[in-house]
Design a protein. Sequence first.
Length: 226
Amino acid sequence: MIRVKICGLTSLADAHLAAAAGADLLGFIFHRPSPRYVTPEVVRAIVAGLKADWTEALCVGVFVDEPASQVREVLDFCALDAAQLHGSEPPETIALFPGQAYKAIRPRSPAEAQAALDRYGRDGPDGSLPELLLDSFDPRQPGGTGQVADWGLAAGVAAQRHILLAGGLSPHNVAGAVRAVRPWGVDVSSGVESAPGRKSADALRAFIGNARRALDECDMVTTDKH
C-alpha cells in the first residue's frame, strides 16, 4: 500500500480530517517563514488530541536547519514520532535520530540525485518511515513551492530507495505521479487546501483515494504481465 503524508497541518480539526481520510503520516511545520508554521505548544495540543482517537498515524515535525538539540527538544515536547529534515543537514545529524528521522532532498539532475543517495538514506523502524523525501528544487525556499518535481528523475531515485514524493501534488495529478514514479509514498500540503494551512475534506479524500487506486492499477498491470 502506498503511504500518504498530509503536511502543513495547523489545527486539530484538520488533523482529524486527514487521519479519517486515511493518511499514514501527518506533518507539522516548524519553519517560521512558512505560512503553515505552527508553534510547538499548538502542535503538542494537536498531537495529544489526535492520539486519543487515532493511534496509527505517525506525527512528523518538519525542520529546516535547526540545531539537533532543538529538534530533539521539540520532538519530545510535542510527542512527535519523527523528524523530517528539510534543509542542508549533514548525515551526522540524521544519525543522531536513529529510526526517527529522514532527509529531504531536492536534486536538479541525475548527478545530484546520485550524490544525495550516496550521502543519505536509511530505513525507518519497520519501514514506517521513508528513507528520503524527494521535493522539487526552488532556490528561494526549501519547500512548499507548489512546483511539480521531475518525475523521471524521481523514478530513478525511487528504484533505489523508499522515497516520499513531494512537489506540486494534488488530487488531479497524484495518480499520474504514482504511475510514473512508483514511490514508497506521496506528500501533499497546498494541493489539498482551501486556504493556506486549511485543509479541504473533499480534497483530502480525493487525493488519498486517487493515489491508492493508481497503485492498485499498477499492481494489476504487473500481475497481468506475469
